[in-house]
Design a protein around this ligand. Structure first.
Ligand code: SAM
Ligand code: SF4
Length: 332
């Protein structure tokens, strides 16, 4: 029986955070230079992740995205990808994707692909070298360019690129991002700033809305909607009206809530199920597993957690309370 929540949403998309550690300090995510990190013993081993994933796959999960923190900081991640690829069946192809800042990607791209990775999303918040360094704390722009090349070379194509657009920081680059999508033939995903940063610096006026993003690009590069729904995806997708390659996706969780179609669930690096980015409760799968719960008991625990999935986020409500953990600890 498939995984469904109490609002009849089918859960098919699992995001697994492999670590809460990161080699970047993006101001909208993990600005603090000394975050409180989990002890290694609390972090799920690859065997635990693969075992738990096999249960999720049995329950109908057909997409797994590995994220973090920076997932490539986990040693031998290719081993994990190979373990996950073994969960594919004739009826469930299981799509395996990775989100990374790209700093360590070029040298592992080939192995990742060979182990069974299907897709990669890279983060890139500025095309200007100094600004990139200011935003992330690391002079890593060239690595992202190298990562795009490496991804294409090994067949991880089309490449998706995430940019968080924040007022006063990079919204003047919207048209440049569109030009970049065209020149490099990549799928650019422009994301509204969400209140998930570890230092609590989010403010509503810093959010550049999806509508604003669309307008800024559309005047220079006219856009055309691809499809008329988001489906269970999070972005409105656009092609360039003049037929140029590349794609623009706009992800606007703050200004246009899309919780009604949400098909996601998250597993944190320390083995907690989170049913929403903005959850204030977690469900401890790690302890259950380590205490010897049977497969049936773990299935029961997962179903019970999914049953409690929040109907929506409350960012726009006056009494909004921030999530219990910030983005790099949840797994974006
Ligand atoms: N370290 C990897 C990376 O940066 O690609 C993976 C983890 S990161 C948390 C995943 C995505 O979350 C990134 O593309 C990042 O831009 C996005 N993100 C982080 N904090 C965010 C925030 N406050 N609002 C919106 N997106 C955010
Ligand atoms: Fe690290 Fe990714 Fe967060 Fe930037 S967005 S601090 S790279 S986890």
């Amino acid at each position: 029986m498939k995984l469904k929540d109490s609002y009849e949403r089918e859960i098919r998309d699992l995001r697994i955070s492999l670590t809460d550690r990161c080699n970047f300090r993006c101001f909208y995510c993990l600005p603090s230079s000394k975050p409180t990190l989990n002890q290694k013993a609390n972090i799920l081993t690859f065997e635990e992740i693969a075992d738990l994933s096999s249960i999720f796959v049995e329950l109908g999960i057909d997409k797994i995205r590995l994220t973090g923190g920076e997932p490539l900081l986990r040693k031998n991640i290719t081993t994990l990808i190979a373990m996950l690829a073994k969960l594919r069946t004739s009826t469930n192809r299981l799509d395996i994707a990775l989100t990374t800042n790209g700093y360590l990607f070029p040298e592992t791209a080939f192995e990742l692909r060979a182990a069974g990775l299907d897709r990669v999303t890279l983060s890139l918040d500025s095309l200007r070298r100094e600004r990139f360094t200011e935003i992330t704390g690391v002079d890593g722009l060239d690595k992202v360019y190298e990562s795009i090349e490496a991804a294409k070379r090994v067949g991880l194509d089309p490449v998706k690129i995430n940019a968080v657009v924040v007022r006063g920081r990079n919204e003047d680059e919207l048209a440049d991002f569109a030009g970049f999508a065209r020149d490099y033939n990549v799928k650019m995903r422009l994301i509204e700033f969400m209140p998930l940063d570890s230092d609590d610096n989010w403010r509503r006026d810093l959010v550049v809305t999806g509508r604003e993003m669309f307008n800024s690009i559309n005047v220079q590069f006219p856009l055309e909607l691809i499809g008329t729904t988001r489906g269970s995806g999070t972005s409105w997708r656009y092609r360039f009206r003049d037929g140029a390659p590349g794609e623009i996706g706009i992800i606007a969780p703050v200004s246009e809530m899309f919780c009604g179609q949400c098909s996601r669930i998250r597993l944190t690096a320390d083995g907690q199920i989170r049913t929403c980015l903005f959850s204030r409760v977690e469900h401890d799968l790690r302890e259950a597993k380590r205490e010897g719960a049977t497969r049936a008991e773990l299935i029961g625990l997962i179903r019970a957690a999914v049953e409690k999935k929040e109907p929506r986020h409350y960012i726009n409500d006056p009494d909004f309370e921030p999530a219990s953990r910030s983005m790099s600890f949840i797994g974006g």
